[in-house]
Design a protein around this ligand. Structure first.
Ligand SMILES: C[S@@+](CC[C@H](N)C(=O)[O-])C[C@H]1O[C@@H](n2cnc3c(N)ncnc32)[C@H](O)[C@@H]1O
Length: 260
């Protein structure tokens, strides 16, 4: 079976597989973090913006947002979503194709975000350092970098298992099988995805595979990575609750502030 580029073919099914993801609640959580740590922020750079759902909600809240992704397919969806928004909101959105490890997107920005495990997609030490350095380089002094990632202590206590996800709409029926492979020494879990996509009109089934190597992070590593980008940690906790991470906390967020 052909192996596609990461977020290549997947982009076509992404919105459907994550139709139940609560983007408004996530955007509110991030906007609250901004209000607490960067009050008055007006400009935001979103790294790994994907289909642009968070970006659109940030623009609706009044921020001028530049969304960056390396996947052309995801950016096509972001642009299509923006076209459905009120013109005044769409006018606050800009899209850029690029790699967050070597990004030059103007600025400086009041805030940078990387949401839904974008930083965990940077698996090698050099990739992580580069991505954090570029995030910091785009921030104005006092600006904040907000991101979520796989939480090391939880992943090591409960390594991911094989999972199947199904979703359908009027056009297609999607089945996605995830098979994770844990490399404890490298702090990575390589997730092999196998997709079966049925076109409902013809009944034809197409298949493809993607391999997503993911890096889980520990708080001490994050502190060093933030420092690499000229930032200091100012807040962290369980993603979407802000509570102290417990044994079952798979996703955590961090807020780093650019040191003046
Ligand atoms: C799990 S998706 C999250 C998308 C979006 N933030 C959301 O919440 O729906 C991860 C995204 O990060 C992007 N990405 C990962 N590594 C990247 C890199 N080095 N440069 C640019 N984009 C990257 C992928 O293309 C993908 O769109």
């Amino acid at each position: 079976m052909p192996e596609a580029a990461v977020f290549g073919e997947y982009a076509r099914t992404y919105a459907l597989l994550y139709a139940d993801k609560d983007y408004p609640a996530e955007a509110r959580f991030v906007l609250d973090l901004l209000a607490a740590h960067a009050p008055g922020a007006r400009t935001l750079l979103e790294l790994g913006c994907g289909g642009g759902r968070h970006a659109a909600l940030f623009a609706a809240a009044g921020l001028a947002v530049t969304g960056v992704d390396r996947s052309a397919g995801m950016l096509t969806r972001a642009r299509a979503h923006a076209a459905t928004l009120p013109p005044a909101v769409a006018a606050r959105l800009a899209w850029l194709r690029g790699d967050i490890r070597e990004l030059h997107a103007g600025g400086p920005y009041d805030a940078v975000t990387a949401l839904f495990h974008v930083m965990s997609y940077q698996t090698a030490e050099a990739d992580l350092r580069a991505a954090f350095a570029r995030a910091g380089a785009h921030l104005a002094p006092g600006g904040v970098f907000i991101f979520d990632c796989w939480h090391g202590p939880c992943v090591e206590a409960e390594p991911p298992e094989v999972r199947v996800r199904r979703a359908e709409d009027e056009a297609m029926r999607v089945t996605r099988i995830c098979e994770p492979h844990w490399d404890r020494a490298a702090h990575t879990v390589t997730v092999d995805y196998e997709f079966f996509v049925q076109d409902r009109a013809s009944g034809a089934i197409g298949t493809f595979c993607e391999r997503h190597p993911m890096r889980y992070l520990f708080a001490d590593e994050v502190r060093v990575l933030l420092a690499h980008g000229g930032m200091e940690p100012v807040a962290s906790g369980q993603w979407l609750t802000g509570a102290a991470p417990g044994p079952g906390t798979f996703s955590v967020f961090y807020v780093g502030r650019k040191v003046p």
